[in-house]
Ligand binder design. Structure first.
Ligand code: KG4
Ligand code: ZN
Length: 339
């Protein structure tokens, strides 16, 4: 079957999501964002698990309804097996297993990070799929990875963060500036109005293609403490410049390693995925690079497919369906799912 109808279910962190795909075309893409975590400064696992339980059935039913299909006509149920928060993953996994059992349909376990990478294959106006092999920088709240993508099912990680993920670097520094969780988008908005050279923060000295963001975080913390001791209004007075300088440092670290990986591999197809790939400063730096390198191709997805979503689980399910990679009813959610 060339255009299988697949339901994708995502619940790895704090978004309850479901999508229906026919072939590589998205018929529906529903996400229920858990706003409850904003005031806690980060995702509270127990609250996330409970919110997934409350919303999963409604979200899945809305996705099937909006796609204008019937449950019985689905060819398979794809779901995020991991990595992520165990209490969150368990909800989507159990729901998918129950549904597959009731409908007697194949079950497809998807790796969340591989799904971010495969989101580029969604067929939609304005989107182009990269050619294999391509180099993918995946930057999210939980991971920062450089991956050589040989095919939809063969991918090698050639670089990763040894401490915080890029999204965590955004969110933790945003918290220091007083923004609610997740703070990445707030930094992005204020950075657009600030000077990225106003403040200098320490740069990591990590060999090879691995990333590190913990030094930057500490450097921002010490700078804020020092300046606030002299002027308690320091953050308010310099908010845009602080955001621009933090964003400039994080995106410099990302671009530096991405350029190194490109040199090392010689791959001229470059894709970005994950929530942080929405970032305006990062997109601007890629644009500048693409102007210097007309021989290379660069790929972004629209923001709705960058941050956590179920469309990417559905497209990953599409490829696994064609490879006949199905799971049985013993499959379990796995917070540290292997690559
Ligand atoms: O991919 P994602 O939705 O979830 C994970 O799998 O982690 O990524 C979430 C991360 C958060 O850290 C959030 O602050 C960050 O993506 N993010 C951004 C922007 N939009 C989302 N970071 C910087 N600038 C943005 N515009
Ligand atoms: Zn994600």
């Amino acid at each position: 079957m060339n255009n299988p109808l697949i339901l994708g279910i995502e619940s790895s962190c704090d978004d309850t999501a479901a999508a229906v795909i026919s072939g590589r075309k998205i018929l529906s893409n529903v996400t229920s964002v858990q706003l409850i975590h904003a005031k806690h400064g980060g995702v509270v696992p127990e609250l996330a698990g409970r919110a997934h339980m409350e919303h999963m059935a409604d979200v899945v039913q809305a996705a099937v309804k909006q796609a204008n299909v019937e449950f019985v006509n689905l060819d398979a149920i794809a779901f995020t097996q991991g990595p992520g928060l165990q209490v969150s993953l368990v909800v989507g996994t159990s729901f998918a297993k129950g549904l597959a059992l009731a409908l007697q349909k194949p079950l497809i376990a998807v790796h969340h990070m591989k799904a971010h990478i495969l989101s580029h294959f969604i067929e939609e106006d304005g989107m182009n799929a990269p050619a294999f092999p391509y180099l993918c920088l995946t930057v999210s709240g939980g991971h920062t990875q450089l991956v050589v993508v040989h095919s939809a099912t063969e991918m090698d990680i050639i670089g990763k963060s040894i401490d915080d993920a890029a999204g965590e670097a955004f969110d933790k520094t945003a918290k220091m500036l007083g923004f609610p969780y997740p703070g990445g988008p707030y930094i992005d908005q204020h950075a657009a109005l600030g000077n990225p050279k106003a403040f200098t923060f320490s740069k990591p000295k990590i060999e090879g293609l691995d990333f590190s963001f913990s030094g930057l975080k500490t450097s921002v913390l010490y700078a804020l403490k020092k300046h606030e001791a002299e002027d308690e209004m320091f953050v308010q007075k310099n908010l845009n410049d602080l955001c621009a300088s933090i964003q400039g440092s994080i995106t410099d670290i990302l671009i530096d390693k991405l350029k190194r990986a490109q040199l090392q591999t010689g791959i001229k197809e470059i894709a970005l995925s994950g929530g942080v790939s929405v970032n305006g400063g990062l997109r601007q730096k890629i644009k500048e690079w693409s102007n210097e390198r007309p021989d290379m191709q660069f790929y972004f997805t629209p923001p709705k497919y960058c941050t956590d979503n179920a469309a990417m689980i559905a497209i990953a399910g599409h490829f696994l369906y064609h490879e006949r990679v199905f799971s049985d009813q013993c499959v379990a959610a796995d917070a540290r799912l292997a690559w």
